[in-house]
Design a protein around this ligand. Structure first.
Ligand SMILES: NC(=O)c1ccc[n+]([C@@H]2O[C@H](COP(=O)([O-])OP(=O)(O)OC[C@H]3O[C@@H](n4cnc5c(N)ncnc54)[C@H](OP(=O)(O)O)[C@@H]3O)[C@@H](O)[C@H]2O)c1
Length: 290
C-alpha cells in the first residue's frame, strides 16, 4: 500500500481522518484532495486526476451533505453523491486501486423497528438518501473489492454539526425544541476515523456499518450535551419530526447494527455517551464562537 488518496479531505470527517491515517500508515504517501484539486462532478477530470495520481486506495468522503438542501436541488445531489462516486469508481478501475465510500443510514426508511443489517434492502425517503444509495451501487458494480462504510449522526471538531448547533442555540434561546422520535447512534468523527483506518489495515471489502455503540433520540443526545456542558438548566422541549417539519423526510428508527463489524473485523467503537463526553472535554470553547 503506497499511496492513499482522500477526496473530500477538508470536510468534517476528512479533517479528523487525515491525521489518523498519517499516524497509522507512516510508510504510505497520503494525498488529501478537496474540490480545489478535483471536482468529482466532472467525469473526465476525475478519471484523469485519479489515474495520474496512481493511488492504491481512494477514500471518497466528498458529498453534498445538506440533507434539506438536496430536496430542492436534486440535480446537484445526484451529480455529487451518485455521479461523483461513479466517476471515482471509473478512475479507480483504471489504476487497479481500491475504492472506499462513506454512506449513510438515510438509505433506509427506518420502518424495520430493529437495527438494520448491511444486507437489508435500502428504501431511502429523501433525495440525499437516494443519491447516496446510487453512489453505493456504482462502487459495487464498477469496482471489485470496494468497501462501503455506512455511518450516521456524525459530529466532530471541524464543521457544523448537532453538538455545536445545540450549544450555540442554548446561548441564544430560552427554550430548545428537539425531536424525540428519531432514533440513532451519535458518532464521533475521531472514533470513526480509527475504525476506517483499521478496516483498511485488514483489507476489508463489502458493506459495513460503523457507529458508536448504543442508541438514543436527538432529544436524549441534546440533553446529554447540555448536561456535560454544565447547561442543564436550559429548558428542552421534546417535539415530533412532524412538528419540526423539515424539507427532507428522515427515517425514524435508522439504527445500524454493528454486529458484522465486530464479528468479521473485531472492531467495536466505544459508547456514544463516552465519546461525546471526551469530545466536549477536549473542546471547552465549542459553541462559543460558532
Ligand atoms: N455528517 C454526517 O452526519 C454523515 C452521516 C452519514 C454519512 N456521512 C457521509 O460521510 C462523508 C463525510 O461527511 P462530512 O460530514 O465530513 O461531509 P462534509 O463536511 O460536508 O465534507 C464534504 C467535503 O466534500 C467537498 N465536496 C463537495 N462537493 C464536492 C465535489 N463536487 N468535488 C470534490 N469535493 C466536494 C466539500 O467541499 P465544500 O465544503 O466546499 O462543499 C467538503 O469539503 C460524506 O460522504 C457523507 O455523505 C455523513
Amino acid at each position: 500500500m503506497n499511496r492513499i488518496l482522500v477526496i473530500g479531505a477538508k470536510g468534517m470527517l476528512g479533517r479528523d481522518l487525515i491525521p489518523e491515517l498519517q499516524s497509522s500508515f507512516h510508510e504510505t504517501e497520503l494525498l488529501a484532495w478537496d474540490i480545489e484539486e478535483i471536482d468529482i462532478r466532472k467525469e473526465q477530470e476525475t478519471v484523469a486526476r485519479i489515474e495520474g495520481a496512481r493511488p492504491s486506495i481512494v477514500i471518497n468522503l466528498a458529498a453534498y451533505t445538506d440533507v434539506d438542501g438536496c430536496e430542492s436541488n436534486e440535480q446537484e445531489a445526484l451529480a455529487v453523491n451518485a455521479d461523483g462516486m461513479r466517476h471515482i469508481a471509473l478512475g479507480v478501475r483504471r489504476c487497479g486501486a481500491k475504492a472506499i465510500y462513506l454512506s449513510t443510514d438515510y438509505v433506509f426508511d427506518g420502518k424495520k423497528g430493529m437495527p438494520y443489517f448491511e444486507d437489508d434492502p435500502p428504501n431511502p425517503l429523501s433525495v440525499y438518501g437516494r443519491s447516496k444509495w446510487k453512489g453505493e451501487q456504482s462502487i459495487l458494480e464498477l469496482t471489485g473489492d470496494g468497501l462501503i462504510i455506512r455511518t450516521q449522526w456524525l459530529y466532530g471538531k471541524y464543521g457544523r454539526n448537532f453538538v455545536t448547533a445545540i450549544l450555540r442555540q442554548a446561548k441564544e434561546k430560552k427554550v430548545l425544541s428537539i425531536v424525540n422520535d428519531q432514533i440513532g447512534s451519535p458518532t464521533y468523527t475521531v472514533d470513526l476515523s480509527k475504525a476506517i483506518s483499521q478496516l483498511i489495515r485488514k483489507k476489508t471489502s463489502g458493506i459495513f456499518h460503523a457507529v458508536n455503540r448504543g442508541v438514543c433520540s436527538w432529544y436524549d443526545f441534546g440533553r446529554t450535551i447540555l448536561k456535560l456542558s454544565g447547561m442543564e438548566q436550559v429548558n428542552v422541549v421534546p417535539i415530533s419530526s412532524k412538528e419540526l417539519d423539515r424539507k427532507a423526510v428522515r427515517p425514524l428508527y435508522s439504527v445500524l447494527s454493528t454486529q458484522k463489524l465486530k464479528q468479521e473485523s473485531g472492531i467495536e467503537l466505544r459508547s456514544w455517551s463516552e465519546a461525546v463526553k471526551e469530545f466536549l472535554s477536549l473542546q471547552p470553547d465549542i459553541g462559543k464562537s460558532t
